[in-house]
Design a protein around this ligand. Structure first.
Ligand code: MN
Length: 165
């Protein structure tokens, strides 16, 4: 729990820093992604996700890590064409789409198209990936419950063939 509290402080510090640079980060969004001019940013863009875990550019912004509720809430902005690797969440995940168009796929099931207002659930320990559509970016809030069980297990990239709708 001490570790979580430390992380919470780090996130809150990051939050205040990110808010001060919010307008600058918003300006960055349109560079090199002309189709995303109309994407709404509720939260700051955040920090670029690790290349080993994502194809293309995805940006993570932590909103909350609570050691009593054992829950993490954050936002990811995926540029058009960007997606996560295959991964699992030991306690599952809920996505709330606030703008754009994206894909979500649970292994063995068809790709599910996600749009503004959609709420998508992924059960615990289930291989899946999520990201933007090829032509439009995605704003997704994520909720990770019961993080005492773990947060994420990263796996291999989603191939171009798998990414096709
Ligand atoms: Mn996920």
């Amino acid at each position: 729990m001490k570790l979580i509290q430390k992380n919470t402080l780090a996130i809150l510090l990051g939050l205040s820093l990110a808010i001060t640079s919010c307008s600058q980060q918003r300006n960055d969004v349109t560079e090199g992604s002309t189709s995303d001019d109309e994407i709404e940013f509720i939260f700051p863009k955040g920090n670029k996700g690790a290349e080993k875990n994502f194809t293309g550019n995805a940006y993570n912004y932590g909103l909350l890590m609570d050691s009593t509720l054992t829950t993490i809430v954050g936002n990811v902005y995926f540029e058009p064409g960007a997606r996560s690797n295959w991964h699992t969440h030991p306690a599952g995940q809920i996505l709330v789409i606030t703008d754009g168009v994206g894909y979500h796929q649970i292994e063995g099931e068809p790709i599910q198209v996600m749009k503004k207002g959609d709420v998508v659930k992924c059960p615990p320990n289930t291989r899946h990936w999520h990201g933007a559509s090829p032509d439009k970016g995605l704003q997704q809030m994520y909720i990770l419950p019961n993080i005492e069980n773990g947060i994420v297990e990263w796996m291999e990239p989603v191939t171009d063939e798998q990414y096709k709708l």
